[in-house]
Ligand binder design. Structure first.
Ligand code: HEC
Length: 97
């Protein structure tokens, strides 16, 4: 009798759809209040996909979590998890809407 080892293809813990929507909203409205609703800049610099090339995903997530001390860019670690910061970093690096 063959014993079949099944590897469960469990995807990495994923943020739920509603959590993603919440984060998209945060990006548009909270980040947007300083960086522009279309991320084309305001009090803070523009955060267009092309502006984000200088950051790796992880370093961008770290900027979001820790803020930029000594500037108006606040830390978000009280409000979002590291995984959520990576989601935002990925959005910033890959999509413009
Ligand atoms: C209160 C205003 C404010 C809010 C809200 C804010 N930022 Fe910023 N952010 C800034 C300012 C100002 C800078 C530029 C700091 C500097 O280098 O002088 C900045 C810089 C950045 C940078 C670095 C940009 C670069 O080109 O190096 C990133 C990335 C960034 N913010 C992402 C975010 C994200 C994502 C959010 C929302 C979760 C957010 N910011 C919310 C003010 C803000």
């Amino acid at each position: 009798m063959a014993i079949l080892f099944s590897i469960s293809l469990q995807p990495q813990a994923q943020l739920t759809e509603s959590k993603q929507q919440q984060l998209d909203n945060l990006l548009k409205h909270d980040c947007g209040s300083c960086h522009g609703i279309n991320r084309n800049g305001g009090l803070g610099p523009s955060l267009l996909v092309s502006d984000m090339e200088k950051y790796s995903l992880e370093s961008l997530a770290a900027v979001i979590l820790n803020g930029l001390p000594g500037t108006a860019m606040p830390p978000w670690s009280d409000l979002i998890s590291a995984e959520e910061a990576r989601y935002l970093a990925n959005r910033l690096k890959s999509t413009q809407d």
